[in-house]
Design a protein around this ligand. Sequence first.
Ligand code: BTN
Length: 248
Amino acid sequence: PAVEYGLEAPFTVEYHDAVASTNELARERAVDGAANVAVLADEQTGGRGRLEREWNSPPGGVWVSIVTRPSIAPAQAPLYTLAAAVATARVAREAGVDARIKWPNDVVIPDGDDGDYRKLAGVLTEMEGETDRIEWLVVGIGVNANLDAGDLPEGATSVREEASDVDRRRFVQRLLEEFDRLREDLERIVPAWRELTLTIGQRVRVDRAAGEVVGEAVDVTDTGALVVETDDERVTVSAGDCEHLRPV
Ligand code: BTN
C-alpha cells in the first residue's frame, strides 16, 4: 500500500471515508503490533484535540494518525510532537501560507503584529510504554486544509481561506516524508522547530495546574519544554503541563 500511495517514506496508508477518530483507530493498530502505519480519514465524527477537547473534522481536512515504535526514552516523545508540527508547517508553507508554530504543537497563521494568530493545524500525541522505553507512539495531525470559513471553529483558519485548495493526497505524502526525515535525526528537530516558531521572544501567559506563569518565552529545552523568564526566575514548562498559552 505504501508503494501504491507513491510514498518515499516507509508508511502503509490505511484510508477511510469516515471514522470516529483516526487516533483511536491508530491506537488499535498500535496495540495489535503495527508500526509505520498512517490512518487517514476524509471525515472524523469524534475527532479529539488536546485536553479532551473536541476537534472539528468535516470532509475536506487532512485528518491523519501515524503509528510508530521508536527506540527512544519516553522523555524524548515530545520531540515527535514537535517534529509533526515542523513537518505540518513546512508542507503548509509549500501550499503558500505563512504557517508558523505556536508552542508546543499548534500550527498557526499570524494575524497582525500583536502576536495574534489563527489556528491552521494541531497535533495530538499518545503513547504507551514503560519508564525507560516506549512501546508505541501515535502522532495525530489535523490540518484545516480545504475548509470554508463557515466550517471552521472560532479562531481557526484553513489553507483554502489563506491561499487555495491543496491536493490532499499529495499533502499527506509530503507530510509523511517530512516527518520521516525529521525522526531520523532527533537532534535536528528542535533547531528546525525554532526556525518556524512565533512563541520564542513573545511575552506569554501559560496556564498550568500548578499555577500560571507570565514572562518572556526565551527558549525550548532539548526535549521541547518551554523556558519562560519571569521577573524573578526561569520556569520550564513541559507540553503536558500546559493547559493554555497566549501572548500578553
Ligand atoms: C489539538 O490542537 O488540540 C490537537 C488536534 C489533533 C487533531 C488530530 S485530527 C487526526 C487525529 N485524530 C484525532 O481525533 N485527533 C487528531
